[in-house]
Design a protein around this ligand. Sequence first.
Ligand SMILES: Cc1ncc(COP(=O)(O)O)c(C=O)c1O
Length: 435
Amino acid sequence: MTDLATSPAADLAHAAAPAPASADPRGPLDARALAADFPILAQRPHGKRLVYLDSAATSQKPTVVIEAMDGYYREYNANVHRAIYEIGERATQEYEAARVKVARLINAPAAHEIVWTRNATEAVNLVAYSWGRRNIGPGDAIVLTEMEHHANLVPWQILAQEVDGDLEFIPITDDGLLRLDVFEVLLRLRPKLVAFTHVSNTLGTINPVREMVEMAHAAGALVLVDGAQAVPHLPVDVQALGADFYVFSGHKMLGPTGSGVLWGRRELLDAMPPFMAGGDMIREVKLRRSEYNDVPWKFEAGTPDISAAIGLGVAADYLRDLGMDRVREHERELVAYALDLLPREVPGIALYGPSADLRGGVIAFNLPAIHPHDVAQILDRSGVCVRAGHHCTMPLHERLDLAATARASFSVFTTRDDIDALAAGLREVQRVFGV
Ligand SMILES: Cc1ncc(COP(=O)(O)O)c(C=O)c1O
């Protein structure tokens, strides 16, 4: 890597202003009432209330999503874009209507700019293989950050190795904010692409996307934003953010596994070659050449996960009906509560990442002298589910000089009671270990 890290973080003014109280006349989210929408929360692991604090890994699903998928299989299971009979037409209609619902959630200009993928990972790979191999050449720089999930790192490593490109990284401060002063210096390399996460899945940091997009565009770079931890938790307006590509996963936003999204600007998607080839992505096929379909179908070769797309559409509507401002305010308030409570209740706990106003519903932590895997295992006895490990951010853990962390993450159904249960569970972990 070129060492361009020069001046100290002179201007971290991107630290966003505190979120305003929800202007929604319905007032704050009633998470306790919402929990009734999620049937899994009635489970009693080890005879205890299920306290699910791993929504950053995958969220739970509300009944409306489960029923929509069930309804597809029970009432109109048929392939899409092919059948001329009634249930087939209904399948196509619901599958395409889901695209409109997702487009509405993120304020995409057109539903045709929503490409279905299996998950955020596949969406990044699609851009890396299709756009990347056309547009990145020897010596071209791609700027990433030190806090990327492996999904937004390894595809670019493979591309850079293949075309002899150059990867550069925006470093972070010790409290987990991006060094925009260094970013400014890196942009002097005239990178072709800047790719970064909207919200860190480990530190929770909410990055200043709009400001970074403006900086990148001024330097002539395109921007891909990884919104896997943003779309489920805060208002996302892809037009206001101004990015060129925006990717996310359905299963983290109350939708099913097997669903994900690449949003891209229409003219970029139009110019990109297919990523996978086969049925459905073609208009006309001859023995030696083919003409491809329009976007988004050009990128959706083969029979898609129809029920997953339909379920994701319902999840998008569910979130939209709640109001994403209210969801954000709910999680900001929970993070503030947890950041205040945990150090008081759990002696020695180390918390990583910025203040509540600057982070999504994610809290990575460690207990002194206890491995996070042990922490997670003993918490499970209290019915509390947290993740332990590197959370697919090994370079970030290395930067923080940590082998692993435990991580609690929130969703619309998370309550203060859940955080109290986490604190009590952590004290129990310390009791078990005699510390
Ligand atoms: C920030 C971020 N990006 C990308 C991903 C990859 O998501 P998926 O495994 O659904 O492709 C994750 C998953 O944890 C994530 O947190």
